[in-house]
Design a protein around this ligand. Structure first.
Ligand SMILES: Nc1ncnc2c1ncn2[C@@H]1O[C@H](COP(=O)(O)OP(=O)(O)O)[C@@H](O)[C@H]1O
Ligand SMILES: [Mg+2]
Length: 258
């Protein structure tokens, strides 16, 4: 017998345009509790906009977006805060706070709500650094003093520090060399498993997708054009997926050069 679980994240018919530019055009998506979903798709297809709509950072024009049955679109400030409280995000390009040392970056959320005293928060940040393979000395450095790979590890430590129930990773390996990318992929998978979190990761890197995903969905022109178990991605004859994973010029995907 199959178990019916309610999705933690539910999107139905989501539309978002910026002026005349249609970005999300009827996006449907469900993520089950504890599931790690990877979204693949070319640049400019609406991947980051989708995550921002789920977080309520961008207001979707139409459709339904629910986190644990709670509607995000047009939610009150208080409801939106409650929804966001469950979610941590690793933004594209790390987005660390330049003016804060690494440990304060990692403990930012915990310090903000004064949930933790500074001394305790620093000790906790050092623990999180260790879990992403960085030594305690890094705690007092500033983001500009770190390599790209180290910045990404710190951004990951910051995302997992509040022990979120839901994690979003936007292009976590973009700009890293393949070896460092592999390290970050392993850390993401391990962190998601350890937290038992529900995760959405956006990537255009198939190595990342295969390592992180239970399920993969492909987005094109603001809609999901294929989804299935990660292990099936190599087997599908879906023309969008085929073109994307083989990097072909010919196929249904039209490259927007503007
Ligand atoms: N705040 C914004 N205002 C206007 N256009 C935007 C905004 N955010 C994103 N876009 C446009 O929406 C499209 C999708 O963007 P995005 O979701 O960032 O793509 P990606 O799939 O690469 O993450 C792009 O054409 C981008 O220029
Ligand atoms: Mg993006």
């Amino acid at each position: 017998m199959t178990e019916h679980k309610l999705p933690r994240i539910f999107l139905k018919g989501v539309h978002k345009a910026f002026g005349s530019k249609k970005v999300l055009q009827g996006l449907d998506l469900e993520v089950l509790p504890g599931e790690s979903l990877v979204i693949i798709g070319g640049s400019g297809t609406g991947k980051s906009v989708m995550l921002k709509c789920i977080l309520g950072l961008i207001q979707a024009d139409k459709g339904t977006i629910r986190i644990d049955q709670q509607e995000v679109i047009n939610a009150s400030r208080a409801n939106l805060d409650a929804i966001r409280h469950k979610i941590s995000m690793l933004f594209q390009g790390s987005a660390l706070f330049d003016s804060l040392p690494v440990w304060e970056n990692i403990s930012f959320v915990l310090l903000q709500g004064k949930k933790m005293a500074r001394l305790q928060a620093r000790t906790y940040a050092i623990e999180k650094l260790a879990s992403v393979g960085l030594p305690a000395e890094v705690a007092d450095l500033y983001p500009a003093e770190l390599s790209g790979g180290m910045q990404r590890r710190v951004a990951l430590a910051r995302a997992i520090a509040p022990k979120p129930e839901i994690l979003f990773f936007d292009e976590p390996t973009t700009g890293l060399d393949p070896i460092m990318g592999g390290v970050i992929n392993d850390l993401i998978r391990a962190s998601v498993d350890e937290l038992g979190a529900t995760a959405i990761t956006i990537t255009h890197d198939m190595a990342s997708a295969k390592k992180i995903a239970d399920r993969i969905a492909m987005i094109y022109q603001g809609k999901i054009v294929w989804q299935g178990p990660a292990k099936d991605i190599g087997k599908t004859d879906n023309p969008y997926v085929q073109q994307f994973i083989h990097g072909r010029n010919q196929g249904p995907i039209k490259v927007d050069v503007n």
